[in-house]
Design a protein around this ligand. Structure first.
Ligand code: NI
Length: 172
């Protein structure tokens, strides 16, 4: 994919999320399958925090600093500390969407030269801004898959195809 394609895919995320949150009860939003999985609400809170404190910060620092060292964010730990499953959905979703559009406005003015700007992202290693865009899209897609599986698990609790815990609990 070209940089513009990544930007186009990232811009689809708000609608991709909204369409998967329709007609879910509060109880369904907070439903957590056994085994340490995120609920749908926890996924949205996670996406909000990672958009702002993860990708938004990484984007800014790669653009403005010489070879920044970018710390990992522990998604599972944040979910516990910030009590994601006790939050309200709409403010988290709104904050995610606002942050995504803010980041997209910055991305739209990024030049080809800037895509080669580099840094060190823990625990992955050396990255460029171009590579960060790939990781960003992969992160979106992983959580969309997780939401799909959660929706299936809510409809059919005996389903065995549960979300991978690593999607939620691993590196953000
Ligand atoms: Ni994640």
């Amino acid at each position: 994919m070209k940089p513009n394609d990544f930007i186009a895919v990232l811009s689809e995320m708000p609608d991709n999320l909204k369409s998967r949150l329709d007609s879910l009860s509060d109880e369904q939003l907070r439903f957590k399958p056994d085994g340490g999985y995120f609920s749908i609400l926890e996924n949205i809170c996670h996406l909000q925090d990672i958009e702002i404190e993860g990708y938004g910060v990484r984007l800014q620092r790669l653009l403005t600093e010489q070879h920044p060292r970018l710390p990992d964010l522990n998604g599972g730990q944040l979910a516990l500390e910030r009590r994601y499953n006790e939050q309200k959905l709409q403010p988290a979703l709104d904050a995610f969407i606002h942050a995504r559009y803010t980041n997209l406005r910055i991305l739209e003015s990024v030049t080809k030269t800037q895509l080669a700007r580099s840094g060190f992202l823990e625990p992955i290693g050396e990255i460029t801004l171009g590579r960060l865009l790939e990781l960003w899209v992969e992160h979106d897609q992983g959580h969309i898959r997780e939401l799909e599986k959660l929706r299936a698990a809510i409809r059919e609790p005996h389903l065995t195809d549960k979300p991978e815990p690593s999607l939620s609990l691993g590196s953000a």
